[in-house]
Write a protein of this length. Structure first.
Length: 107
């Protein structure tokens, strides 16, 4: 699963950029929460996770509200709460560096 393969990358970026203001919040769609928790623990994940409840009605609502159609979905939001990038994981570090260098979204 691509999102699981990217978790170590996200953790490395978090450790590198957190001191400069980067925050990461993972949204976990695993049907069994303990599966995701074990995985996160095994890679030493330090950023917080939101666990989507397992009942189907709530999961459908989460999907509609978040507009997450595929995983991983990476949204970069600046300090003012403005969405600055909806990017692929391979572009993530470049986009983070731009936002850290120009916190107001300027390029």
């Amino acid at each position: 699963m691509p999102c699981r393969e990217r978790l170590p990358q996200f953790e490395a970026l978090y450790k590198k950029w957190h001191k400069d203001g980067l925050e990461i919040i993972g949204i976990n769609f695993d049907e069994k929460g303990e599966t995701g928790q074990k995985l996160c623990k095994s890679i030493g994940q330090t950023y917080p996770q939101v666990w989507v409840p397992s009942d189907q009605t709530t999961r459908v609502l989460w999907g509609k509200a978040s507009d997450i159609g595929s995983l991983p979905r990476v949204l970069l939001i600046d300090r003012a709460g403005i969405l600055r990038a909806d990017c692929h994981a391979d572009q993530l570090e470049q986009e983070i560096a731009k936002l850290i260098k120009h916190p107001e979204g300027g390029r």
